[in-house]
Design a protein around this ligand. Structure first.
Ligand code: KG4
Ligand code: ZN
Length: 350
């Protein structure tokens, strides 16, 4: 079965063609996976500007489709998968309408896909082996979401906790903006942090680890960003513009975010006897986070399996939408019945 998937929930225009093989144990071949990033356009604003993103998607979609189909000799698909939410409403609708037109023209059914669920299923793009995976505790950390989700089986979810204000990726982005580093903040902050040699410089402050000792699975990152802002403003220009200060601040902010994410996820995995800890979302591309999670799980929960997508499948892409479409193929329906829902929750009926 071949699935043509489209993703436009935020600022990346993505189309993929995925081939699913095998029955009992499916495995996947990515025939094409095009991500057309709008980063340069949004960098000026330090964040995504929805009406501009919508216009770019409109412009890009036909070109991205052409590129995706040109990558393979036999581009004929059996199914269209489309992200219907959550995300930016105008952006979602562009993708949904494009998918509907395509499905009508090619006479194909559509499977509506939840973007958060797709960040989880990105893990199935690589072979997983045969272990017992469920129950799993999933941490989804992206620019728009930070959620801990209990997954009792395929498509069986319960949200355990989520951020009460900013998402983890949003926190990276805002801190980068405060420090004058550009957009998107995550990779830039990570690169600065990696340059730090502690022997060279020690930050005079320790940033807060918000809600780390609270007995729930919720997060809060807006105070962390404010703490960075106050410290930045309190330093004389000579210090705060220095390479060493920027590097030290990036390292400390990144560590504060990692500490909270690891602590809460390990706690949830213990409380729910998770067989697997699953990560996903743009922030899961962070090398330091990937490494520290691995070390902590090996030390504290050695029997728990750790699943994290290949870095390129952590940030938004359509291959993850295709694989989710495959696992939800029983939900396929006519293009007439598909609509976007910007506030869609995981597990909610679509
Ligand atoms: O999943 P994603 O591509 O889009 C959303 O669904 O939001 O996530 C984008 C977010 C951005 O906030 C970006 O700064 C962050 O993921 N991000 C990272 C890294 N790469 C992307 N954060 C930390 N470290 C990274 N290496
Ligand atoms: Zn995403």
């Amino acid at each position: 079965m071949k699935i043509l998937a489209i993703e436009t929930s935020c600022d990346d225009t993505c189309i993929a063609l995925l081939k699913a093989q095998g029955k009992a144990k499916p495995y996947f071949k990515i025939l094409s996976n095009i991500v057309s990033s709008q980063v340069k356009i949004h960098a000026k604003y330090g964040g995504v500007y929805p009406t501009l993103a919508k216009r770019e998607h409109q412009k890009n979609l036909p070109l991205v489709l052409k590129r995706a189909l040109n990558k393979t000799k036999d581009p004929k698909a059996d199914l269209v998968a489309i992200t219907v939410g959550p995300g930016l409403d105008p952006c979602l609708w562009v993708g949904v309408n494009f998918a509907k037109e395509l499905a009508q023209k090619l006479n194909l059914p559509i499977v509506p896909v939840n973007h958060i669920e797709a960040h989880i299923y990105a893990n199935w793009l690589s072979p997983i082996g045969k272990p017992q995976i469920f129950p799993a505790v999933c941490l989804i950390v992206s620019g728009g979401h930070t959620q801990l989700i209990l997954m009792r089986g395929h498509r069986k979810y319960k949200i355990l906790g989520e951020t009460r204000d900013d998402a983890a990726g949003e926190c990276f982005d805002k801190i980068a903006r405060i420090l004058g580093l550009g957009y998107p903040g995550g990779p830039i902050v990570a690169a600065q942090a990696a340059k730090l040699k502690t022997i060279n410089y020690k930050l005079q402050t320790k940033l807060p680890r918000p809600m780390i000792y609270q007995k729930n699975y919720d997060f809060s990152f807006s105070g962390l960003k404010t703490a960075v802002l106050y410290n930045f403003k309190s330093e004389p220009e000579r210090i705060r513009k220095s390479k060493k200060y920027i590097q030290a601040m990036c390292a400390e902010a990144q560590q504060a975010i990692i500490d909270v994410l690891i602590k809460k996820t390990i706690q949830a995995a213990e409380d729910y006897n998770a067989k697997t800890i699953i990560l996903g979302g743009g922030v899961a591309a962070n090398e330091e986070l990937r490494k520290q999670f691995k070390e902590k799980i090996e030390k504290e929960l050695p029997k728990t399996k750790y699943l994290i997508p290949d870095t390129k499948f952590c940030t938004d892409n359509a291959a993850m939408i295709a694989v989710t479409g495959y696992f939800n193929r029983q939900k396929k329906r006519s293009w007439k019945k598909i609509k976007a829902n910007a506030n869609l929750k995981i597990g909610e009926k679509i």
